[in-house]
Ligand binder design. Structure first.
Ligand code: TXA
Ligand code: MG
Length: 326
């Protein structure tokens, strides 16, 4: 199911789904057999399995080396399918209507413990649901017909893969089917939002910004929720193997430098966005962290990124990648 190298890193929209019909059917059949699939989404590549199957979910945790206390997101076709597995109140449904399909994950009380097994939820009485905005992901979800658990396809603790080649390198050897959906349009994981009665808690900043959420649903609750509600946020995460220093305005000549906005060119300089656009920086973040990691430099430095809009999620990933876990 792999494609020619020239297609792998192109930042293109996926081809019409008809071109991939055969692969989509193979992917759905593999999921039904309890096997794993590399699944492109608009945010990052996912390592997908049948959310109802404890054995398949266990294989995902093993392939990633992921601690079992960290629950997975159940991917669904849309709000109707989500409401069969999770309790979504009126405010959560408004958010789903506004942002789905798209990079917003809603956490609510679990309704159908068979459809998303205990292991996928790490034993919690809640479940995270999202409808991804990628034609291949949607086609696989349609063909499979049930919730698909899919964490980012990186090995635990590493940057999420945003190209097909990076996804194959991370966990490709553990899957039955690899779907090439091109480079991920958003490049940063979904926003995770806890919808717990009166509380609306930002559990993970992401591609949908705080302002966008508040415009639809009113003010978010203060804080980022306690660790029990946000289990994936404990560890160092998204990390390259080389040391990473943030907020660097005068880069060292021997460090790989991720610039933002106008910057001097150099062999070790990569620009997240020459014009200082946050959407572009988000889309480039993980692939450039990986490129810097592969370079001859022995460390990586990153320019300051403004803490506004998408900058909140970009800075969150950078702080965790640098080991400054808050
Ligand atoms: O964009 C994304 O969300 C990607 C694509 C593949 O959909 N997926 C992704 O999954 O980033 P993962 O497993 O890498 O991150 C899921 C996050 C973790 O921080 C996890 O702790 C949190 O969602 N999460 C999942 N279920 C939860 C629950 N019931 N309560 C609180 N947090 C939950
Ligand atoms: Mg992840």
């Amino acid at each position: 199911m792999s494609t020619s190298p020239s297609r792998r890193n192109s930042r293109r929209r996926a081809e019409p789904v008809a071109v991939f019909a055969d692969e989509v059917l193979k992917a759905a059949a593999a999921l039904r057999r309890g096997e794993l699939v590399l699944l492109p989404t608009e945010t990052v590549y996912g390592l997908a399995c049948d959310a109802a199957s404890p054995a398949a979910v266990a294989a995902v945790f093993a392939a990633k080396g992921r601690p079992r206390f960290n629950p997975l997101i159940a991917h669904v076709t849309g709000v109707e399918a989500a409401q069969r597995i999770a309790v979504l109140d009126a405010r959560a449904r408004r958010l789903a209507d506004a942002f789905w399909p798209g990079p917003l994950t809603l956490v609510g009380r679990i309704l159908d413990t068979g459809a998303v097994c205990d292991l996928a939820r790490a034993g919690l009485d809640t479940v995270a649901v999202r409808a991804p905005d990628h034609p291949l992901a949607q086609a696989v979800l349609e063909a499979f017909g049930g919730p698909v658990a899919a964490p980012s396809a990186n090995r635990s603790g590493r940057p999420s893969p945003t190209t097909f080649a990076d996804a194959v390198e991370e966990t490709g050897q553990s899957v039955a089917v690899q779907l090439d959906g091109g480079a991920c349009r958003v490049g940063l994981e979904s926003t995770v939002l806890g919808c717990f009665g009166d509380e609306l808690v930002l559990l993970r900043p992401g591609a949908v910004t705080r302002d966008q959420i508040e415009a639809v649903a009113g003010p978010l609750s203060a804080g980022q929720g306690d660790a029990g509600r946000s289990p994936g946020r404990l560890a160092r995460h998204y990390a390259p193997s080389k040391p990473l220093r943030l907020q660097v305005t005068a880069p060292s000549p021997d460090a790989a430098y991720l610039a933002f906005g106008p910057a001097a060119e150099g062999p070790l300089v990569l620009s997240l966005s020459p014009q200082g656009r946050l959407e572009e920086a988000a889309a480039n973040l993980f692939s450039m962290l990986r490129a810097a990691d592969r370079s001859s430099a022995d460390r990586i430095e990153v320019a300051p990124i403004p803490e506004i809009g998408l900058g909140e999620a970009i800075n969150d990933r950078l702080r965790r990648a640098a080991g400054h876990v808050g």
